[in-house]
Design a binder for this molecule. Sequence first.
Ligand SMILES: CC(=O)N[C@H]1[C@@H](OP(=O)(O)OP(=O)(O)OC[C@H]2O[C@@H](n3ccc(=O)[nH]c3=O)[C@H](O)[C@@H]2O)O[C@H](CO)[C@@H](O)[C@@H]1O
Length: 391
Amino acid sequence: MNTDRRASAGFRLIVTGGGTGGHTYPALTAIRTLQARLAAEGRTLDVLWIGTEDGLEARVAPAEGIAFTTVATGKIRRSSNPLKMVSPANVRDMARVPLGVAQARKVVAGFRPDVVLATGGYVAVPAGLAARMCRCPLVLHEQTVRLGLANRKLAGSATRIAVSSESSLPLLPEAVRGIAVVTGNPIRPEVLVGHADKAIAALGLDGFDRRLPTVYVTGGAQGAQQINEVVMGALPWLLERANVIHQCGPANVEGLRGHAAALPRVLADRYHVTGFVGPELPDVLALADVVISRSGAGTLAELTALGKPAVFLPLASSAGNEQAHNARHLQESGAAVALLGEVTADRLRDATGPLLTDPARRAAMAERARAHGRPDAADRLVDVLLSAATG
Ligand SMILES: CC(=O)N[C@H]1[C@@H](OP(=O)(O)OP(=O)(O)OC[C@H]2O[C@@H](n3ccc(=O)[nH]c3=O)[C@H](O)[C@@H]2O)O[C@H](CO)[C@@H](O)[C@@H]1O
């Protein structure tokens, strides 16, 4: 990858953000969409991603052939108890922020981007501040309804703030509302074009009964202990009515497979446990008739773009309780079922049962979910990047 400005007439982009899939995939999609837009005009894209060593972006960016570098970061460990926020680990990490800013400033000054895109996650703070210091246009993208911690810190330095839904606008600090634009949350384009049969072949799901609906259970990249436990509690009831693909987090696979070994053979054949769903994710989503999931912004954007009936178990400790807000918002228009508060296997059965037995009900919910989807979000974000770059 060419990072020398003099040798290239290409558009130059720095992307920063990551940690989780929710911050990483919108950035990746924006890069690919911008690349395609420029290529259609006979132009090239030089891109550099500033991320963290241990975030998902450290795997995703190099695998996509994107130049990747890291800077020191100060991770903030959230806690509902304000006293716990002043933990020794937080104090130590905050002290790393100035170092990160100095490192990022050197990177930004050397690369001289036309625009910097920050998609959230704590690494975005030093890189975003460095953009401001180097007088580079800075575009923030917020996936969730309320600005995340990193984007709140950077809002005052931003050229434009791209948000994922209209409902974010009144929640923005008044001083920055004028630079906000609604783009939606970009999803990977391949997510929209999966094939159910390919999921069967790739995951070896020959034991699935195709006369039954298929449920995809997902807890996010690390899996979700709560979802795993509630789903376990609802087996074998669930497997008597559906095939189940259960994405449980890499650390939980052995335990769940052990549990599944005790099921009668015919039910065990309909149960597929996996730690993480990689490139076959679009095919798994295509196969799924119902999704049981956390309500992170990335997952929501995908499920609504596809129009998938969903039962959400929001992460209670998500920042500003935004996952509960996301799920409730869809439930209000009949686009999903939100299980708020304590969730038991009984509640999961009550919420999922009608969707499994009634295809018309599934179709109606799918239609209402699709009305919330924004499959053109990446294009809109690219418009914002290009206009910010030209001032
Ligand atoms: C714990 C935490 O801080 N969660 C936040 C995090 O969500 P987090 O990143 O955990 O979850 P999201 O729903 O936003 O995104 C997950 C992404 O990972 C993908 N995926 C997941 C599992 C898997 O096996 N394979 C796979 O590819 C999903 O399809 C999706 O694209 O950022 C979101 C912002 O974007 C917030 O809304 C969430 O509250």
